[in-house]
Design a protein around this ligand. Structure first.
Ligand SMILES: Cc1cc2nc3c(=O)[nH]c(=O)nc-3n(C[C@H](O)[C@H](O)[C@H](O)COP(=O)(O)OP(=O)(O)OC[C@H]3O[C@@H](n4cnc5c(N)ncnc54)[C@H](O)[C@@H]3O)c2cc1C
Length: 349
């Protein structure tokens, strides 16, 4: 069946922020062949935006020139070899359905990533992670259409450049991810629980395992308490999740933060650097939960300072204004630069 060329509706309806103007051209695809064909036909010399769940994009109020390819292809192929299961998931498959199937089937490795919105195909883009797991630990290969070489390629994990909330795919229009292969362990128990809050709530020591279903349920509960599970009637979830990544800074910068506001939560990062909590910095810089001018229609979530939300009447311009205010506030107070986690489309901070 040929892909459908829809008239250009507002992209706001396709994003979790409910923000963004129209696309010049919107093409919905439901198979790998349609995805490649639509990508090849994208308006020459104009931008191409691949959109799936719309949960990690901030789209300009003016909309998007060029073509938006909306990925809707689904499917999970399962191959079990002994104690290992290989799942090859089509790019448009909703991610949480994959996590739910894995937990229900007794396959360990992605249980802590339960409740993350969006598609399976987007998980490698920013190396999706939460509660001590990230997809780089279970992805073995990414099948993608390479727009430069005009061919389908299979990138082994080593070629994906996975790091904290990034990969070779982020801010790079070269690859359209078609499917992703994950390798999970056949086990009723989770991988060792590394995240302190999750371990505490499960009643296990950090490093111990817990039944997969308990981990999923506990993660979903913890996430819901922070507005991090989509809920159509809860405006605290009209967001992109975390708006800023946790900043990775040199040890001297941590000393400055300590002097200004006391001991910050901190984790070791590669090359002797230190990862700080963006939420903690934002809060200590004076931006509490719910912060924002009611007239602007945007505000920090009432449940989490790291989520910038649309209260229903917001605009992308207002959201970016709030993001800038927070960025400057944190920079002025601590000298630390916050960087946006979502992809900004036709707009910037
Ligand atoms: C409430 C909430 C909670 C969240 N919690 C987390 C969390 O805990 N951890 C986390 O890591 N993220 C989190 N996120 C962010 C988001 O859910 C993830 O980044 C998710 O993987 C985005 O998937 P998507 O399908 O919505 O991508 P989209 O928003 O549609 O796209 C995001 C970017 O990826 C590109 N892209 C998408 N699919 C493809 C593809 N197949 N090929 C090439 N490029 C593609 C797009 O062009 C765009 O640049 C959260 C978001 C929300 C709203």
């Amino acid at each position: 069946m040929p892909e459908a060329a829809a008239s250009a509706p507002s992209l706001a309806d396709l994003t979790t922020l409910r923000l963004g103007g129209p696309a010049e051209q919107l093409v919905e695809v439901t198979s790998e062949e349609e995805t490649i064909a639509a990508t090849k036909r994208a308006k020459p010399g104009k931008p191409l935006l691949v959109l799936a769940g719309g949960s990690n994009v901030v789209i300009a109020d003016e909309g998007v020139p060029g073509t938006v390819v909306l990925l809707r292809q689904r499917g999970i192929d399962v191959r079990q070899e002994g104690e290992t299961v290989r799942l090859t998931v089509q790019a448009g498959q909703p991610w949480d359905e994959v996590a739910a199937v894995a937990v229900a089937s007794g396959w360990a490795g992605i249980e802590s990533l339960s409740g993350i919105p969006g598609s399976a195909g987007a998980t490698p883009i920013q190396n999706v992670g939460a509660y001590g797991q990230e997809v780089a630990e279970t992805i073995t290969a990414v099948r993608a259409y390479d727009r430069v070489r005009d061919e389908v390629v299979t990138l082994p994990k080593e070629a994906c450049g996975f790091a904290y909330r990034t990969s070779v795919f982020k801010h790079n229009e070269r690859f359209v991810v078609l499917s992703v292969t994950f390798e999970l362990a056949v086990s009723p128990l989770s991988t060792p629980v590394r995240y302190a809050e999750l371990a505490r709530t499960l009643g296990v020591q950090a490093g111990e395992s817990a039944p997969l279903t308990d981990v999923r349920e506990t993660v979903l509960k913890l996430r819901a308490g922070k507005g991090m599970v989509l809920d159509p009637v809860d405006r605290d979830t009209f967001s992109v999740g975390s708006f800023f990544t946790n900043p990775v800074v040199a040890a001297e910068a941590v000393e400055d933060v300590r002097r200004a506001a006391g001991e910050p939560p901190a984790w070791p990062a590669p090359d002797g650097m230190v990862k700080l909590s963006a939420a903690w910095l934002i809060e200590r810089a004076g931006f509490g939960k719910g912060y924002g001018d009611p007239a602007s229609g945007v505000a920090l979530s009432g449940k989490h300072t790291l989520a910038l939300t649309n209260r229903g009447t917001g605009t992308t311009a207002a959201l970016l204004g709030l993001a800038r205010e927070i960025q400057h506030g944190v920079k002025d107070r601590f000298g630390v630069q916050l960087h946006p986690e979502p992809v900004l489309v036709n707009c910037r901070l």
